[in-house]
Write a protein that binds this ligand. Structure first.
Ligand SMILES: Cc1ncc(COP(=O)(O)O)c(C=O)c1O
Length: 423
């Protein structure tokens, strides 16, 4: 049996515990939603204020050069590349994940169309995050491809001979289940298909090796585990073998080889810069820079490998404590127990009251979230574990509150059963 004292001892021995000081966490809050919106880096308010008052306020338009605004998407991309197994010059921070997915899927379909025109399928999972499916559906309609959804990863293999692009999200947003990127990319390549990856729940959460694991294209979120702030710019990575082959269709002037030549015709910039579109949101990129600083601050302490080891220890502990202390209350573990198949979140399903239980926990300061179930799965209580700012005592406290909410049936109160617009 794990005790509160055990958890405190693990925190005291944790070499990453000082990283929590890089964040502003409200008193009394245990934040288990960094998989949706990361905690604010303590440096962000002053840094963003400086970008406003010093850079915008005094340097005005000169700041595009003097404050380095112009190449901020590339500079941040080079730093983020270190976290995802990419090289400098292969990645830019820009636009949203949805928009970046449109760009890379367009490029992938164009390449596949030239190399293997008889392949007409884009294959993905029914359980993928809806924006990915919506973007793919739109593009497939436009380009006369068919979006084929599978219910289980094992069904992918049979479709690969007709597949142009395999489009997967590395860590599933609802279940926390993680794909083997190397194996799935290799299977796609062996069959002659391209592999597009969404890293929304992976970047900053699990070690990644885009080049080593055979990805062709990747996109991901800046506001989740990268702590970039609400609506922070996302990122886009293209394997160097593809980067020069096609200009993505959102061919705005920021992706031009010489934007300030103002020529009437489009000449794509070399490499990943052509994946930029229009003028970049500098204040939001500044927030993302603060977020990246927090993840990169782990580098001297073992980097992504150390963060991953702690994340698994936190999620293992959470699972064990829920099973020890909340048994008999109708919770079922949805997230895989196998470390190789688990992202940095734990999802529990419950046939009744999942939304209200999450609301009752939030009222107690334990912030997780809820995702609706479907025909295959009851409603889900979702808890994300960001090892940068969470400790083992936080895990203990969160399960303690969960137990109290369940035992007292506090969640039945009317106020916890009224749904907000954003769940
Ligand atoms: C897998 C995945 N892709 C994309 C998104 C969101 O994309 P966007 O930032 O464009 O809204 C999410 C949001 O949770 C997600 O989980």
């Amino acid at each position: 049996m794990t005790t509160l004292q055990d958890c405190r001892a693990r925190d005291a021995a944790d070499p990453l515990r000082t990283l929590r000081d890089l964040f502003t966490i409200p008193e009394g809050v245990v934040y288990l939603d960094g998989n949706s919106l990361g905690v604010m880096p303590a440096a962000a308010p002053a840094r963003i204020a400086a970008a406003v008052t010093e850079e915008w306020g005094t340097q005005l338009i000169r700041a595009w050069n003097s404050a380095g605004w112009f190449d901020l998407p590339q500079r941040l991309g080079d730093r983020l590349a270190r976290l995802v197994g990419a090289q400098p010059g292969e990645l830019v921070c820009t636009d949203s994940t949805s928009v970046n997915l449109f760009k890379v899927l367009s490029a992938a379909l164009k390449i596949a169309g030239e190399d293997a025109p008889q392949r007409r399928l884009v294959v993905s999972e029914r359980s993928n995050f809806p924006t990915d499916l919506y973007i793919a559906e739109g593009l497939c309609r436009e380009r006369s491809y068919r979006l084929q959804l599978v219910d289980a990863p094992e069904q992918v293999a049979a479709l690969l001979p007709q597949t142009a692009v395999l489009m997967l999200t590395h860590v599933n947003y609802r279940t926390g289940a993680m794909h083997d990127m190397a194996a799935m990319s290799a299977a796609a390549h062996a069959a002659g298909a391209l592999a597009v990856w969404d890293l929304a729940h992976s970047a900053g959460a699990v070690p990644l090796d885009l080049n080593g694991h055979g990805a062709d294209f990747a996109v991901g979120c800046g506001y989740k585990y990268l702590n970039g702030g609400p609506g922070a710019p996302a990122f886009v990575w293209v394997h160097p073998r593809h980067a020069q082959r096609f200009w993505q269709p959102l061919s705005g002037w920021w992706g031009h080889a010489a934007p300030f030549a103002f020529t009437p015709d489009y000449q794509p910039a070399p490499g990943i810069a052509r994946y930029l579109c229009g003028t970049q949101p500098i204040l939001s990129l500044t927030g993302l820079e603060c977020g990246l600083d927090t993840v990169l601050a782990a580098e001297p302490l073992g980097g992504m490998a150390a963060l991953r080891a702690k994340s698994l220890a936190l999620t293992d502990l959470f699972i064990a404590l829920v099973e020890e202390r909340c048994a008999g209350h109708g919770l079922a573990l949805v997230t895989p127990r196998d470390h190789a198949q688990r992202g940095s979140q734990v999802c529990l399903s419950r046939s009744e009251g999942a939304y209200a239980i999450v609301q009752a926990l939030i009222a107690r300061g334990v912030i997780g979230d809820y995702r609706a179930g479907d025909a295959q799965m009851p409603d889900i209580l979702r808890f994300g574990f960001t090892p940068l700012y969470l400790g083992f005592e936080d895990v203990w406290n969160s399960v303690d509150h969960l137990r109290e909410v369940l035992v007292s049936e506090e969640w039945r109160r009317l106020e916890f059963n009224q749904k907000n617009a954003v769940t």
